[in-house]
Design a protein around this ligand. Structure first.
Ligand code: GUN
Ligand code: FE
Length: 493
């Protein structure tokens, strides 16, 4: 059937008649033949030594296979809050809407009720890898990790660290308690049995909520833990909102900061900035995921590039909480890894499709307000095209998670983390844009007189664009992680 997969920030494979082999044992992709006619099928299987040894799955017209989405930033305990408190900016939203909901997860029974449907909802939206924040509660975070693990989703699960500047009923009591629970959850997640012969799917991630929510002592302790454990990923928020940035600068004046454990490369000190705070505590490195990064100053971009951090671009949330438009094109031009994040419930949709759509709109806003200068050939100031949006939602996210060798595209040696998408009306999302409407209007079959598409490849590219901009979870028929079906409309279990 048809296969779509990103090949670079500006190109993607669209192969209407591909054949892809997945190992039943490992769940990895063994090989991919990009152009296979029905008559050559048996010959190709024989060439790979697999004649008679395969379960053949044939996709229908209007269906295609693509890599699963990587949501680089989502708050599992906020999903029950989607669509409430939409009038607030960040700090009031945290106080009035978010902290009250998260506080309820002190009750592990509440977590056991909420998290199964949260995770299944996110999986059914096509998210095969998710960077989750839970709350600061140890037992509820274990519940989230258990559910993600038993569901078979690939994920990072982090217990928040937050011991200051919160509401009195939702704040960690001390650095010691925060760190002890952090060490416990990291060990707990690492001890979950790996479901495949290859590798664990669920990873711990250090999660200082944001600088202003942590005392300097807590940030120092987290930095020491990170230093002792270089493989441990880190996630946090940065430069999201003007009020947050002002508070952070007030709380962490440069004179109060320790020297960074690794000296910054010349020309990118970053001191006196938000990024400089994290860098001082050794929290910026190649496996750090920084959400938002809306209001960046040049020294911050320099230190981010030097430390090789990844950015979780969360446009739905950045519009919704009126935070601003992140300059994704500029970040890409600087070689900084960028993925997309839903940031539920700052973002009001758990679907990465919404993040894709808003990433497009955000880039168009920037293109209107700050178009590229004459002679600029990069991404800055340009609207993001479909190839780039696809890349950010899949492969860019994989890079941000440092999993680019395993996921993010459909290629031999990578895990089969994939979606079967259908753009037929029969998928249950009729009328608006369906391929069946094209047929009814005589615009369907490519190459025919009056057809919308010249070739089958054009048609597949058109179907991808429509799915990204007009699709929803009804179009996602199957969701696979490591070769195992774990969600989608056809999933029963
Ligand atoms: N900054 C600190 N906590 C949060 C959160 O939960 N959501 C968002 N969007 N920003 C934050
Ligand atoms: Fe967030």
């Amino acid at each position: 059937g048809a296969v779509v997969s990103p090949t670079s920030l500006t190109t993607y494979l669209a192969a209407p008649h591909a054949l892809l082999s997945v190992s039943r044992v490992t769940g990895d992709i063994e090989w991919l033949e990009e152009d296979v006619s029905a008559s050559a099928l048996q010959d190709i299987l024989a060439k790979h030594g697999q004649a008679g040894a395969v379960d053949l799955v044939e996709l229908k017209t209007g269906e295609f296979l693509m890599p699963g989405f990587v949501d680089t930033h989502a708050h599992a305990p906020q999903v029950p809050n989607v669509g409430s408190g939409q009038q607030y900016e960040l700090l009031d939203w945290l106080t009035n809407v978010t902290f009250p909901m998260e506080a309820r997860f002190s009750d592990v029974e509440f977590a056991k009720k909420a998290y199964p449907s949260v995770v299944q909802r996110i999986v059914d939206c096509g998210t095969t890898t998710c960077c989750y924040y839970s709350t600061y509660h140890l037992e509820s975070t274990k519940v989230l990790a258990d559910i993600v693990h038993s569901r078979g989703q690939r994920a990072f699960v982090g217990k928040c660290n937050m011991d200051s500047n919160s509401v009195p009923y939702y704040v960690e009591p001390s650095v010691e308690v925060s760190m002890a629970n952090t060490r416990t959850i990291i060990a707990y997640i690492r001890a979950l049995p790996a479901p495949s012969p290859r590798e664990p799917l669920v990873h711990p991630i250090l999660t200082p909520r944001f600088a202003m929510g942590c005392t300097p002592q807590l940030l120092a302790a987290l930095g020491a833990l990170a230093h002792a454990d270089p493989a441990l990923a880190i996630q946090t928020h940065m430069d999201e909102n003007a009020g947050e940035i002002a508070a952070t600068r007030r709380l962490f004046p440069p004179a109060s900061l320790p020297p960074p454990p690794a000296p910054p490369p010349p020309g990118c000190a970053g001191r006196g900035t938000y990024a400089g705070v994290y860098d001082a505590y050794g929290l910026l490195r190649a496996n750090t995921v920084l959400a938002h990064c809306v209001h960046l100053e040049e020294p911050e971009v320099a230190i981010m590039a030097a430390r090789r951090v990844g950015v979780a671009h969360c446009p739905t949330s950045n519009f919704n909480l009126r935070s601003g438009c992140a300059r994704v094109g500029m970040l890409l031009d600087r070689g900084i890894k960028v993925g997309l994040g839903t940031d539920v419930s700052g973002g009001f949709s758990p679907s990465m499709l919404r993040a894709v759509q808003d990433a497009s709109i955000c880039s168009k806003v920037i293109a209107m307000q700050a178009p590229p200068a004459d002679g600029d050939t990069g991404f800055a100031g340009q609207q993001l095209r479909v190839a780039t949006l696809l890349y950010l939602a899949t492969r860019g996210g994989a890079e941000v998670c440092n999993l680019e060798g395993r996921i993010g595209s459909l290629a031999p040696g990578k895990a089969f983390d994939a979606l079967v998408v259908s753009v037929r009306d029969g998928a249950g999302n009729p009328g608006v844009w369906g391929a069946d409407l094209d047929d009814a209007l005589g615009m369907g079959t490519p190459g025919r007189e009056g057809a919308r598409w010249k070739t089958e490849e054009d048609e597949l590219r058109g179907h991808l664009e429509r799915f990204l901009f007009c699709g929803d979870d009804r179009n996602i028929r199957r969701v696979y992680v490591q070769g195992r079906m774990i969600g989608g409309k056809e999933f029963r279990g």
